[in-house]
Design a protein around this ligand. Structure first.
Ligand code: VGL
Ligand code: ZN
Length: 217
């Protein structure tokens, strides 16, 4: 694996959904979700460009089981844009559960992009809502900043990280997921599927030590 200059100006770190609701004690806790925070902080120091993504739903969001009579979390329903897995209420705008994890320390991150704000459309991806029509604007931001390579870390590997990585490829970016700086939910084989889909799409799956330069030593 060639070493990468993560300080270079054409490279960004996208930190995905490291929020209280996705870490132990939260409404949709990803096992070990808090364990990645020290590594993400350390990685952050080696990147010039950092974007933070935040799941940010209005109360009563279409992805919440509680919004659909008789439905339970993890059921699947049909919405106008296709299948939607239902979740416990999580990351409701302005609530403590939606806040970034308190130990996340990325002082030079320049952009926080909030997604899933449309009451009737989910958005796992930081680039494109689940209707596959509505961009968040992140691709345009990165391109205007001259970035062509996006490293991704965060939660959950098999949902928001995967969809962000697939969409990064679709938008023409080199996409690299740092696996040891991610954790997954892993329901119904979702982890294996995510790994396969990312590989098929040309997403590079590596460990953070593969990009370790002096700054990480
Ligand atoms: C996520 C389920 C629902 C994620 C967000 O961040 O992976 N998963 N909303
Ligand atoms: Zn969500």
């Amino acid at each position: 694996m060639p070493t990468t200059d993560s300080k270079s100006t054409n490279t960004a770190l996208l930190v995905i959904d490291i929020q209280n609701d996705f870490t132990p004690g939260g409404q949709l806790a990803v096992p070990g979700g808090d364990e990645i925070v020290p590594l993400v902080n350390q990685l952050g120091r080696t990147f010039r460009h950092i974007v933070v993504a935040q799941d940010w739903h209005p109360a009563g969001h279409a992805s919440f089981a509680s919004s659909h009579a008789g439905k339970q979390p993890f059921d699947i329903i049909q919405l106008p844009y296709g299948e939607q897995k239902l979740w416990p209420d999580h990351c409701v705008q302005g609530t403590p559960g939606a806040a970034l994890h308190p130990a996340l320390d990325l002082p030079h991150a320049q952009l926080i992009i909030r997604k899933g704000c449309n009451p009737s459309i989910d958005s796992y991806s930081a680039f494109m809502e689940a209707d596959r029509q509505t961009p968040t604007g992140l691709a345009g931001y990165l391109k205007e900043r001259g970035i062509d390579t996006v490293y991704m870390v965060g939660l959950a590997l098999d949902f928001c990280v995967m969809y962000s990585a697939l969409d990064a490829r679709m938008a023409g970016f080199n996409a690299i997921v740092l696996l040891d700086a991610c954790r997954g939910i892993d329901i119904d084989g979702s982890m294996d599927t995510a790994i396969r889909r990312m590989q098929e799409a040309g997403v590079k799956l590596i460990q953070s030590s593969d990009i370790a330069g002096p700054a990480l030593a």
